[in-house]
Design a binder for this molecule. Structure first.
Ligand code: ASP
Length: 308
């Protein structure tokens, strides 16, 4: 069998080990494993990396444990505004949505933008209209509600504080993403998020920005990021991993290390990323205490982890 590889993340952040009960840890790991299974099933059947990352991210969006799709954080108006993007490494096609509401799986809407529109990134009401037209599955506000995230929002609402879903030790973590290599030698990346708690003014993070939160190029690697979005945008983090490999000849591991541990920290870029290259090498790295993550290769063995 040709090499296949898949990695997923459910957000990076400061996770206090003592606050993690065995039951909680199991719930997160099960959700990560389910996402791996969904994506791996696609790859095993000879499906594309793009289909695999979409399937894996949809599973994570459907889980209330992560800040994407169901369980997305609340913005300053008490609403859920979601961002998502994906990129196909073989032809550099990409699609993204920002600030969308009531879309059950923003990652699938991003894919429609890529395949059914002549644009790369659409936002807000326009994206909602497009979702309608594409007959994308919609849900009412109640579907996205999560008590934990509501309580989290209540602590900051009415202030100018906006928080990373994972900047508080007790909180559940966030943004989700996937990267994959398929049996045809192609790679793809996908990222989806509810953004930051109490965000205002239709703030948009790195997740729907191609090159910042998501990037894929068959020549080098596929990358999905999680962390303080503003810093990842300024670092053009995902593309920088590609650039270090393409222009400097660094290995995937070395390129990721430079971005995560040298370039992001001076920009207050707490977080991490997952990446895969065309050989099927996977790197999962972060500059904070932990990152919800998982991976599976050609051997079909699923690995999940949270702490370092
Ligand atoms: N990167 C996301 C954002 O800034 C947040 C996260 O990774 O949890 O919107």
């Amino acid at each position: 069998m040709s090499t296949i590889a898949l990695a997923v993340h459910g957000g990076a952040g400061t996770i206090a080990r003592e606050l993690m009960t065995p039951a909680r840890e199991k719930a997160y790991r099960d959700a990560l494993e389910l996402a791996l299974k969904r994506g791996h099933a696609v790859l095993k059947e000879g499906g594309t990396a793009l289909d695999a990352v979409e399937a894996a991210v949809r599973a994570l969006e459907d889980s209330p444990h992560f800040n994407a799709g169901k369980g997305s954080v609340f913005n300053a108006d008490g609403q859920h505004e979601m961002d998502a993007s994906l990129m196909n490494g073989s032809d550099l096609r990409a699609g993204a949505v920002a600030g969308v509401q009531n879309v059950k799986n923003p990652i699938s809407l991003a894919r429609r933008v890529m395949e059914k529109s002549s644009h790369v990134l659409i936002s807000g009401m326009g994206a909602f209209e497009f979702a309608h037209k594409q007959k994308i599955e919609l849900e009412d506000d109640q579907y996205f509600f999560d008590q934990f995230r509501y309580d989290q929002w209540k602590e900051t609402v009415g202030t100018d504080v906006y928080t990373l879903d994972h900047s508080d030790k007790e909180k559940k973590f966030g943004t989700v993403g996937a990267v994959a290599l398929d049996a045809h030698g192609h790679i793809a990346a996908a990222t989806s998020t509810g953004g930051m708690t109490n965000k205002k003014w239709q703030r948009i993070g790195d997740s729907p920005i191609i090159g910042a939160g998501t990037y894929a190029n068959d020549a080098t690697c596929a990358v999905s990021c999680t962390g303080h979005g503003e810093s990842f945008i300024r670092a053009v983090a995902a593309h920088d991993v590609h650039a270090l490999m393409a222009y400097k000849g660094l290995s995937l591991q070395e390129a990721v290390r430079v971005v995560v541990h040298e370039k992001l920290p001076p920009l207050d870029g707490d977080g991490g990323l997952i990446a895969v290259d065309r050989n099927g090498d996977i790197v999962l790295d972060f500059n904070c205490t932990g990152m919800y993550r998982g991976q599976v290769g050609t051997d079909g063995v699923f690995h999940t982890a949270i702490f370092r």
